[in-house]
Every structure is written in C-alpha cells, then in structure tokens.
Design a binder for this molecule. Structure first.
Ligand code: NAP
Length: 212
C-alpha cells in the first residue's frame, strides 16, 4: 500500500514509522519542504512533493491541524478524488478543551464535505504520536478506532492498521467521528495530571485481556 502523509510533524513521524514497520512505501509532504526532507531522511524514505506523491498513493493521511486540514484538502481536491483519505484531526480549543467544530458535525465530516469525491475515514485521532513510534502502550498494541461511510476505504484502513502492528476497531459511520473527537479531547485534557504525559492510550479491553 503506497502511503502518502501530508504534514511532517509529530503525527507524520508516528504514522510513517508504523507504515514502514508494516512494509509500506511512504512519501511525506509538508509546506516546509526542508522539514519533509529532514523527516524523510531520518526515516530513510525519499523526499517528494504533492504532485508526485498523491496520484500514486493508495492511502493519504492528512496530518496537519484543523482547520488547515480543510485548506490542504481543497488545495489537492482533484488529486484526492477517489483516494482513501484519513482524517486524524482533533479540533480543540486548547484553552478550554472544548471542540472547535460546531455542534452536530466533526472535523472529519467537514473534510468529507470539502472533498466529496474522496473516500474519507476517521482514524488515529485517539492515538498520540509518541506511542505510535512503537505501536504499543504497556505492551499492548494500540487500538485504532476507525469511522467511515465507505466500506472499501474502511477495509483498506483496517488492513493498513493491522499490517502496522496495531489493533483496528470499526466504530461505525463517519458521523461517529464527532464522538471520537470529543473522546480524544477529554483524553488530551487529562495529560497534565499524568506522570508520562502524551504517552497514554485509549484501549477497549475485554475481560480476558484485563486478566491476562
Ligand atoms: N500530536 C498528537 O499526539 C496527535 C494525536 C492524534 C491526532 N493528532 C492530530 O494530528 C494532526 C497533526 O498533529 P501534529 O501534532 O503532528 O502537528 P504538527 O507537529 O504541528 O505537524 C503538522 C505539520 O503540518 C504542517 N502543515 C500545516 N499546514 C500545512 C499545509 N497546508 N500543507 C502541508 N503541511 C502543512 C505544519 O507546518 P506549520 O508548523 O507551519 O503549521 C507541520 O509541519 C492534528 O490535526 C492533530 O489534531 C495529533
């Protein structure tokens, strides 16, 4: 699966690391080309630009902050048509930890509306960047909660997550992104009180896992 990541920041690094662990070719784009080149060199992949990287992608991850996600999508709308596009954004007001989206929608749904010919999936918004480098917290593979309306796009995302050593969980249609985003905003709001902030994960445990 050719994976193109737009945004060479914390999550760009984390998801690229997992993709490479799963054996997937990775291309990284950023509007700071030197930042994309530095991350690509660090990970041992080729630096590139959007014109080269998006058309060949099987899966495009938009790893920039909301609402820049919408600008990125609109700027590349024609290349993204028909592509599986993963929205990972957590649209929060970081002073109050309230959602930055209007009630009754989500960053993922806004993204899907901005690029109606793309196949938008919500995933990875509940996994912090640092644990993505190993794909685990406390020895357990990360749960990756996946929401979307396109069954094929969700299947591709599920296969990608599994191949990268994590545990995919289908949580339903794209509108479930509203809950996923709110859920993670609560998770983020708890970090200040943690001994190892930004190193926690949301997990869905069964009884056998708890007692294992
Ligand atoms: N960090 C986490 O643990 C975490 C966890 C789950 C989800 N997320 C979500 O993941 C997304 C990325 O977070 P992050 O922490 O990786 O952010 P980040 O470290 O700031 O990285 C984002 C990168 O994308 C670049 N960028 C901004 N606009 C762009 C554009 N139009 N075209 C190309 N590149 C652009 C940024 O450049 P500038 O510096 O110029 O803006 C920056 O280099 C956010 O939506 C966040 O809510 C983050």
């Amino acid at each position: 699966m050719n994976v193109t990541i737009i945004g060479a920041g914390n999550m760009g690094r984390g998801i690229a690391t997992r993709a490479l662990a799963g054996g997937h070719p990775v291309r990284i784009i950023d509007h700071h080309t030197e930042k994309a080149s530095a991350l690509a060199a660090d990970l041992g992949v080729s630096a590139t630009d959007a014109a080269a990287a998006i058309p060949s992608a099987d899966l495009v991850v938009i790893a920039v902050k909301y609402p820049a996600t919408l600008d990125v999508a609109r700027a590349h709308a024609s290349e993204l048509a028909g592509k599986v596009v993963i929205d990972i954004a957590n649209p929060a007001d970081f002073t109050t930890f309230d959602p930055a989206t209007d009630p009754g929608t989500s960053a993922a749904e806004e993204l899907a509306a901005a690029i109606p010919r793309a196949r938008v999936v919500k995933a990875f918004n509940t996994t912090f960047a640092a644990p993505l480098e190993t794909g685990q917290v406390d020895g357990r593979p990360l749960d990756v909660l996946i929401a979307g309306d396109d069954a094929g796009a969700k299947q591709a995302t599920t296969e990608f997550v599994e191949s990268a050593g994590m545990h995919p969980i289908d949580v339903g249609p794209l509108r479930r992104a509203r809950a996923l985003e709110s859920f993670q905003i609560v998770h983020m709001s708890l970090q200040q009180g943690m001994r190892n902030p930004w190193d926690s994960a949301i997990a869905i445990l069964t009884e056998s896992q708890v007692t294992a």
